[in-house]
Write a protein that binds this ligand. Structure first.
Ligand code: ADP
Length: 590
């Protein structure tokens, strides 16, 4: 699985797509062009300072040679001036480019997160949360590096090189041409290294995803890990992921570290050719001693910024690889929301010869579903695990899309209404209750209900039997729940979820009944709370408890994606079919 994915991510049409990605990244920089310009000016001042220091050297040597010390005040002051100029330039340049970088990251990160909020549910079923978290944390930071550091170095060192080269040209253009003849060779080395670094960076990002995934699973599932003796295997898996990360990093370091000395060697070669040829009268021309010394100094000074410039490739390659993975998320198609009409009030719901297969699969998990949900009635879905109950319930809020046949509300196709207006009419109580970090009150009045009055929240809490246990808590309804509600029992969490649904007061309720057994006290509270929330609402319940099933207006028995029986409890018992067998079985166990 892992090597599969690595292979897939490496088969990109290389250079073109890298350039496309970089161009796309620069789109984020465009609105910040003014700050960018300030940064450029800052680094231009810095670069000019470097060239000026070579010029200063020329003047000092020539002054000493002429034994003419009149200029000593000026030369001494010039040193201070040059350093102040350089420092100021570097500060302005650094600050502005860092601002641009952090801003780009902030925009990119929030964009990716916003995209995640819009992606269809099948995206989540195919991606691990670890991988997505790594994208938002690690990969985004890699992009910053590419945007800030790379451009900073490009500006600062690029302008320094330009300044020094310009000065060298001014001193002696022939010598300078000899010096830059090494350029194409350097370019070749840099581009070869770049390709390899991008490949390695992709692998590193993937491995960071694996590390986060492995860690978050072990943390969330720590009890299962310990009871089922999974520690050894988890340790192995984590170590493997971390080791893979280390190896890829070391390969990157090797490429990076070879890159620099090879380039330095090429520069040294150019320097030695320079020195040899410079001693020739034709080339030397009419340079003063000071000019000659300054020329060699400038050529020597160029090596450091040149090396830093070639280092950019690795940063840029990492950034490009990271940006690719982020743009991948941004390019994912969002949930289909083609409906244009606002659904005012949901009435009757009808499934007509509906078939459904999950995207990317051919197996129809729902086949020829025909079912009416009259307004205000409750429908219980029963059947073995895997028979399609959850899938069926997921169609109403359009968590899954792409069915054939018809799903009608108020006699109109469900797809003709906007997702927002549809979902605003639906309440949901899941088996696995997700509580957000905040108080119990905030969890009840979640999302669009955030402005609800204290009285309304308390009323919902009362109706859902939340008040019973909340009264004993130190700050009552304003007690904070731990992350994912760890301080509360399963039954208590479920009652909070029911209170949330009561407060929403939507005409449709989808209820995934908990399968886990609760103590009879909790059970009674939950049962009462459920009756409260179901009253007057169209309810689709994935039912496991006999009491819920018996009380439902319509019972739908499912098997292998088909409805095999439907009717009221007494009707189905009379038929003596699958339901009556199931009922006998259930009665026995309960
Ligand atoms: P139930 O709720 O009755 O246990 P489900 O609706 O969860 O049944 O599952 C019905 C079928 O759909 C099962 O065969 C299951 O493997 C398949 N299935 C569920 N979720 C997905 C998914 N995201 N992608 C592909 N197949 C799925």
């Amino acid at each position: 699985m892992q090597s599969d994915q690595t292979l897939k991510s490496e088969s990109h049409p290389e250079v073109d797509s890298a350039w496309q990605t970089y161009k796309r990244l620069l789109v984020y920089v465009r609105p910040l062009w003014l700050i960018f310009l300030v940064s450029f000016i800052g680094f231009a001042i810095y670069g000019a300072g470097q060239a000026l220091s070579a010029k200063w050297l020329e003047m000092v040597v020539d002054t000493v040679q002429r034994n003419d010390y009149d200029q000593r005040w000026f030369l001494a002051a010039a040193v201070m001036g040059i350093f102040i100029l350089r420092g100021l330039g570097a500060f302005i340049g650094n600050y502005s480019i860092a601002y641009v970088g952090r801003e780009v990251i902030h925009r990119l990160r929030t964009q990716v997160f916003e995209r995640l909020l819009l992606l269809p549910s099948h995206y989540y079923s195919h991606k691990s949360s670890g991988e997505l978290l790594a994208k938002l944390t690690y990969n985004v930071e890699q992009v910053t590096e590419a945007v800030t550091n790379a451009i900073k170095v490009l500006f600062r060192e690029g302008l320094t090189v330009a300044g020094l080269l310009g000065y060298m040209f001014y001193l002696n253009w022939k010598l300078t041409l000899i010096f830059i003849a090494a350029g194409p060779l350097i370019g070749l080395v840099v581009s070869m290294a770049a390709k390899r670094m991008r490949k390695l960076s992709r692998r590193i990002q993937k491995s960071v995803g694996d590390i986060t995934e492995s860690a978050s699973e072990s943390i969330k599932g720590y009890q299962v890990v310990r009871i089922f003796g999974g520690a050894e295997a988890e340790r192995g898996r984590f170590e493997q992921a971390s080791l893979h990360n280390k190896r890829q990093f070391m390969k990157l370091v090797v490429t990076q570290s070879l890159n620099t000395p090879i380039i330095q060697l090429l520069v040294a070669l150019a320097l030695s050719a320079l020195l040899f040829l410079a001693m020739h009268p034709d080339v030397m021309g009419s340079m003063s001693t000071g000019g000659f010394v300054a020329f060699l100094t400038a050529a020597g000074m160029i090596t450091k910024p040149l090396r830093l410039l070639t280092d950019i490739t690795s940063i840029v390659q990492k950034g490009i690889a990271a940006a690719e993975s982020l743009f991948e998320v941004l390019d994912e198609p969002v949930e289909q929301d083609s409906g244009s009409r606002t659904l005012e009030r949901i009435g009757d719901i009808e499934f007509r010869h509906l078939h459904f297969a999950y995207p990317g699969t051919d197996k129809e998990v729902l086949q020829d579903i025909c079912l009416s949900l009259p307004q205000g009635r409750s429908v219980a879905l029963v059947g073995r695990s895997g028979s399609g109950k959850t899938t069926m319930a997921s169609l109403l809020p359009r968590f899954n899309d792409g069915w054939t046949g018809e799903l009608l509300v108020n006699g109109e196709p469900l797809e003709s209404f906007t997702l927002d207006s549809l979902r605003s009419q639906i309440s949901l109580v899941n088996q696995n209750v997700v509580l957000f970090n905040g108080t119990i009150a905030e969890n009840i009045a979640y999302g669009a209900m955030a402005g609800a009055s204290e009285t309304a929240i308390l009323a919902a809490a009362e109706a859902a039997h939340v008040t019973e246990f909340v009264e004993r808590l130190p700050q009552g309804i304003h007690t904070r729940v731990g992350e994912n509600g760890v301080l509360l029992s399963g039954g208590q969490r479920q009652r909070i979820a029911i209170a949330r649904a009561i407060l929403k007061d939507a005409p449709i309720l989808i209820l995934d009944e908990a399968t886990s057994a609760l103590d009879s006290e909790s059970e009674r509270h939950i049962q009462d709370a459920l009756e409260e929330v179901m009253r007057g609402r169209t309810t689709l319940v994935i039912a496991h408890r006999l009491s819920t099933i018996e009380k439902a207006d319509i019972i739908v028995v499912m098997e292998d994606g088909r409805i095999i029986e439907q009717g009221s409890h007494s009707e189905l018992l009379e038929q003596q079919g699958a339901y009556s067998k199931f009922h006998i079985l259930q009665t026995d166990t309960e």
